[in-house]
Design a protein around this ligand. Sequence first.
Ligand SMILES: [Zn+2]
Length: 275
Amino acid sequence: MPELPEVETVVRGLRSRLEGRRVGELVFLSPHLGQKQPLPALGPDLYRGRKIDKIWRRGKMIIFNFSGGCGLLIHLKMTGQLYLCSPKHPVDKHTHARMTFADLSSELRFRDIRKFGFLNCLPTTEILTRVNSELGPEPLDLDFSGFQSRLKKHGGKKIKGWLLDQKIVAGIGNIYSDEILIRARIRPDRLADRLSPEETRRLFRAMKFVLRKAIELRGSSISDYVDSKGEKGKFQQKHLVYGREGLLCRRCRKTVIRRKKIAGRSSFFCPHCQK
Ligand SMILES: [Zn+2]
């Protein structure tokens, strides 16, 4: 599933091409998209001629603000893709929506094989209410004292589950939680409020480092993820533990990576490096 770095990469790509442009039309190609619209959903016809004021990210969600208070709230979930391509490019059965623009030959497509993702047409005020009630702070904006107080407040959770909980910090998923914990040298099943001051400091630094580095490398492409131009990311080449069960740890080079279900999710870690 695309996490913060992948979604940020998509957003940056779309922002540079689309901000300030006017919508030609927004068309739903699959009935399930219309059926999944939450109230008070706006009709796709309402977007015609509106200017894109802003494209931004909150957690793993992509948000479009249009002129006149219309918005789009998009979650790619497992297999969603949002990218620009030529209108001549064939539309397959997994493409659920397309948006055209004035003065731009490319169109925006929302493609999602497993259909867990959503593209909701909502007023921007409603989008703000939703994201602020569902999501904790952005990990790259969080300062150390805010980080410490959240560790204490939700201290009964295993640190893997703590990192995954979108209400505690928004945007981290299964890949980056494992990659953060190996760099912090902390086992994923440790309790959040039992970390030493030194471990807390390491975890905070590792969280910032991994997310920034992954954004710089345009995300991790494990299965379906592609950026707004349809290209793959490169951070998977830097993975130390994720997806490496049974392989030698890239950090210590003497212990085999283990996989264990922690906080309901498959977690990869090195029993030698992580205490
Ligand atoms: Zn190791």
